[in-house]
Design a protein around this ligand. Structure first.
Ligand code: CO
Length: 208
């Protein structure tokens, strides 16, 4: 991507928005009130705002390799804290995607340097769901299922936080697990039944 082109694109974008509404940026500068926190992959093909049709101000976005929510990751935890307590978002979405390079890398026996501890979180997802995953003979199908289970486990990591537990009791907040299907462009709601998934284990993670 040409750097000069980026500034030309930006100029056009400013003009387009000002043509539609002369106060567009004036209004944007007043503040944000998004109802959605979206956590997705850094993958250049999974453009958060574009795939969900969010306009500026509508979604608080956090992206990293393989849409992870490690409970010790200061960046992800800060984003959740701010989104839940200050912005008071109503929904938190973890959106994975098929053919995720991070998930693929975690399925391989390779030394990835600094990525090792990051990808180990995905290896742990594999270990947790080893029985189901190993029963899938087709490698691509197994890979896709790991993408889905990784989304599920990252949603559970969100539910483990005190911020989300408190907000759930105080005002209700919904966690959603989605997958973006790069083949079709469609968003798939995994419709995870967290009450069922956490049935026997929520007592371990309850913080109040
Ligand atoms: Co990815």
């Amino acid at each position: 991507m040409d750097i000069d082109q980026i500034f030309k694109n930006n100029k056009q974008w400013v003009e387009k928005n000002l043509n539609l509404d002369p106060d567009y940026f004036q209004n944007l500068s007043k503040g944000q009130n998004p109802e959605l926190l979206y956590i997705g992959c850094s993958d250049s093909r999974v453009t958060a705002e574009e795939i969900i049709g969010a306009k500026p101000g509508e979604a608080f976005i956090h992206r990293n390799i393989a849409n992870m929510v490690p409970n010790t990751d200061l960046s992800a935890m800060s984003v959740i804290h701010y989104a839940v307590n200050e912005l008071e978002v109503k929904h938190i979405v973890v959106c994975g995607h098929y053919y995720c390079g991070g998930v693929k890398a975690a399925m391989q026996s390779a030394d990835m340097g600094i990525l090792n501890p990051w990808l180990r979180n995905i290896r742990d997802v594999y270990r947790t769901h080893k029985q189901e995953l190993n029963s899938i003979a087709d490698e691509e199908e197994r890979y896709n299922r790991l993408v889905e289970l990784n989304v599920q486990e990252q949603c559970i990591n969100i539910i483990k936080t005190s911020d989300v537990q408190k907000a759930y009791r105080k005002r209700g907040i919904t966690v959603h697990g989605w997958v973006f299907d790069i083949h079709s462009g469609k968003l798939i709601d995994l419709k995870i039944d967290f009450a069922k998934v956490l049935e026997d284990i929520m007592e371990i993670y309850r913080l109040e």
